[in-house]
Design a protein around this ligand. Structure first.
Ligand code: C5P
Length: 244
């Protein structure tokens, strides 16, 4: 299949696996199709630098989904090291506040200047999809609706100079409307029509998410658990191109 580069750069693959070998195998099979590999906390805590270096050797990009949330100085230094180690993008919790998000950007820019990296891309996590309205009110003591808080946090992220947010497909249009088309949205919860929903509740198809304005879509089990991973990713390309 001839790879459509415009589609490839929007595809992020979640390497949610237990072992380095499994991650390695996914990268080996899928790197021609995937713009960015997402390294989450599980893999990062297990085999951080090993997997980072493996992906770098394939000339693929990677997104460190480590959701930083700490005092500004610590976040600044962690962000510096993330960029130093060659990540193109990473994320922080918007609930850490504007000063913390600004510190993330400062650390990232400092490292990208020093090590001559591409412009860093920093996204904010607004409200985790695991937080219900009830938990927000009772445990996090916040009276806002989840939807309003998502927009509020997205605005704070923009004020801090971050590039965008991670958001569910359900929030995509509202964020683009409020924050503008340039504000990047990366959406998980992506399922082609033929794939199992797994434990995801608010899902959308790859094509729909891109049509709604997603800048990046996160593909996970729909591809990584498919028996034939190449067939699955090629089907997704065709679906996005409108061929199926
Ligand atoms: O396998 P699946 O497509 O459900 O994987 C989705 C990926 O996106 C996982 O890495 C998950 O942690 C991440 N994610 C999510 N929902 C969020 C934020 C991140 O599913 N709200």
């Amino acid at each position: 299949m001839k790879i459509n580069e415009k589609i490839k750069e929007k595809l992020v693959l979640a390497l949610d696996v237990e072992t380095f070998e499994e991650a390695q195998e996914l990268v080996d099979i899928l790197y021609p199709y995937i713009g960015t590999f997402k390294i989450g906390l599980q893999l990062f805590c297990g085999f951080g630098l090993e997997i980072i270096n493996y992906i770098k050797d394939k000339n693929a990009d990677f997104f460190l989904d480590v959701k930083l949330h700490d005092i500004p100085n610590t976040v600044k230094n962690a962000s510096y090291n993330i960029i130093k180690n060659g990540a193109n993008f990473f994320n922080v919790h918007a609930s850490g506040g504007i000063e913390m998000m600004k510190a993330a950007k400062e650390g990232a820019l400092e490292a990208s200047g020093k090590y001559n990296r591409k412009k860093p891309l920093i996204l904010a996590v607004t409200v985790l999809t695991s937080i219900s309205q009830q938990v927000l009110e009772k445990e996090l003591c916040n009276k806002k609706t989840v939807e309003d808080l998502v927009i509020e946090f997205a605005k704070n992220a923009k004020t801090a100079g971050l590039d965008g947010v991670v958001a569910s497909p359900k929030e995509l249009k509202a964020i683009k409307k409020e924050l503008g088309d340039d504000f990047i949205v990366l959406t998980p919860g992506i399922r082609p029509l033929w794939a199992s929903k797994d434990d995801q509740k608010r899902i959308t198809t790859p094509k729909q998410a891109l049509d709604d304005g997603a800048d990046y879509i996160v593909l996970g089990r729909a591809v990584t658990k498919a028996q034939d991973k190449i067939e699955a990713i090629e089907k997704i390309y065709k679906e996005i191109e409108g061929k199926i």
